[in-house]
Design a binder for this molecule. Sequence first.
Ligand SMILES: NC(=O)C1=CN([C@@H]2O[C@H](COP(=O)(O)OP(=O)(O)OC[C@H]3O[C@@H](n4cnc5c(N)ncnc54)[C@H](O)[C@@H]3O)[C@@H](O)[C@H]2O)[C@@H](O)CC1
Ligand SMILES: [K+]
Length: 517
Amino acid sequence: MRVVTAAEMKQIDLQAIEKYGIPGIVLMENAGWRVVEIIEGIISEVKDKIVTILVGKGNNGGDGLVVARHLLNRGVQVKVLLLADPEEFQGDARINLHIWQKLGQPFYQVNQVNGINIVKVALLNTHLVVDALYGTGFRGTVNERVGRVIELINASNLPVVAVDIPSGLEADTGQINGPCIKATQTVTFGLPKLGLVVEPGASYAGKLHVADISLPRVLIENKDIPRQLLTRELVSSWFKPRLTTGHKGTYGHVLVVAGSRGMVGAARMTAKGALRSGAGLVTLALPGNCQPMVAAALDEAMTIGLPETAEGTLAGSALEEILQACKRADVLAIGPGLTTQPETVELVKTLLPALDIPVVIDADALNALQGATDILSCLTVPAVITPHPGEMARLLDRPLTEVQNDRLNVVCKAAKEWQVVTILKGARTVIAVPGGKLYINPTGNPGMASGGSGDVLTGVVAGLMAQGLTPEQSAAAATFLHGLAGDLAAERLGQRSALAGDLLTHLPTAIQELKIS
Ligand SMILES: NC(=O)C1=CN([C@@H]2O[C@H](COP(=O)(O)OP(=O)(O)OC[C@H]3O[C@@H](n4cnc5c(N)ncnc54)[C@H](O)[C@@H]3O)[C@@H](O)[C@H]2O)[C@@H](O)CC1
Ligand SMILES: [K+]
């Protein structure tokens, strides 16, 4: 599903109206209907219930007035609170305000002296609040009076349905610059707005519904919009059914180069991630002292013991053996648990330019590239990198806060500059492709922020690449499935107690849920 900025949505609305002749008032009517449907899902018997609707002067407020009218028809007691002067209403919003007045229905103006008291009284006796103050036309911060109203709503503990986007949220960035409605559910029209699917906006939006308001499909499915929200449908469309005649060679061979003394688990998790995602063969190459331990605990993978340093990390002399092993593999996954021991770092820096198979680069293999990102730009094989924000900050030599405050631009620039598919992990992981495409992942939860989680992801990316998905598809599908496995694990075990190993246990169910055969 495409994800739009406010300007892109405005263009879509305009084209629907001007090119295809769908009147704006029809779109507004449909928008209001869809919100009413969601409200009916929250309050099962709406008749005789009380709903307070906050109405702003723009078209978002117009949508709110449509909601008011349809709820009234269903026997709801509707309290309309205007946060603007009726004279300010224009166009379709004005038409809907006039309809409301002609129906003989009252509204209360919150901009008068006792405005805040009106809101307080209204909230004392209300079952649900509809936020139709500001939509995609909102910029900057709300004024003090509106800010106080928003704070009252947020403190009320009532269910709040936001119309299109929670008021106070920037549609293009998901940033909050002042008071912002904390919605229980948000009904957004046509396509999700960027600010609703990245943090912190996603948390303010609550449960997100993307509502069909009869915008023509040709406008909604516009391939020129570079951003997509990952969905089950999109991810499963990338998988082909497994052949009845298939054998282990059909599904690719992943070589994992990972681990060191004391960090054997990272190597094992990566290998298991590749196996669980369906790779035909997995070979785990790691420092020799770790091999017996891993071989005993990982029946399904082959293992190679490599020369090691005094600290039990991979030695520079492991290079030739790794390159030999690459000849038998389809994909290399490198990094988890390697450490930043200087000799191991040099090994990584020598190995990467010599590769002739696609590679997934994670963890200490990324740390090895600190100050040497030209190695990434010069790779001659397809590559996926999987940095968490700290690793990205080190690669870019920028403060962590700069990365986190500008995640979308950072990931897109990295992918373009280094010409690698880039997975920037964190709440709402984003995946950028060198050509400019961007995927936003809606799955996953804070329970996944624990050791080993990233190692599993690296294994899954490599496992999918080995099976023939493109690096772009592998990165996006792995992120989605990994997050879904995390959500399933959290459902069963709780976010606090779910471990990275539980991601591996729940990955099969995640794959089944997508109906991938
Ligand atoms: N034809 C269309 O364009 C449709 C638009 N729809 C609705 O219309 C919304 C967009 O409508 P508008 O463009 O009228 O904008 P909004 O309804 O978001 O209104 C914003 C209004 O507040 C003002 N404003 C912006 N920032 C402010 C701030 N910081 N403090 C105070 N006032 C501020 C703006 O000047 C504008 O008048 C959508 O979000 C959606 O809800 C829907 O009705 C579907 C059809
Ligand atoms: K709103």
